[in-house]
Design a protein around this ligand. Sequence first.
Ligand SMILES: [Zn+2]
Length: 150
Amino acid sequence: MLTMSEYRAFVREYSSAPFVFPGGGEAYLLLDDGEPLCAACAYNERKQIIWSIARGSARDGWCPVAICNSYNEDPGDRACAHCGADIGDQGEYSVIVGNIGTVFTGPRAEALAEYAEWCEQSRTGAGRAAGEPVTLTDPAGEPAAEHIPE
Ligand SMILES: [Zn+2]
């Protein structure tokens, strides 16, 4: 199982930009029930994960046991156990900002990083995206994540 500091280092490094170079795979966590968890969920579900690590071998399905790279894995085994995203998916995702339009189209991992940056701009009120909604769409054009400003 990962230590708390290993988990925190993983989140710091990969939660907004899970691309691993060289190879361009996507970093993700393997949980104690054998399921993969994408880097975005590794951050979003941090409360449950930190709780699980703090309790030791809780065996609750939230305890990370290894850091993996999708580049090395069988594509069939890569659906995130929490959000269902295809980890390492090379399909095209887009980031759409309210008043600007489509600002990025490309692989999921890079799109997630772009999405996080535009969300940050929207939240902090700096730049053209200040206070604007930000949407991440999957290869089918369906919203995969949405930031709605208050
Ligand atoms: Zn996920």
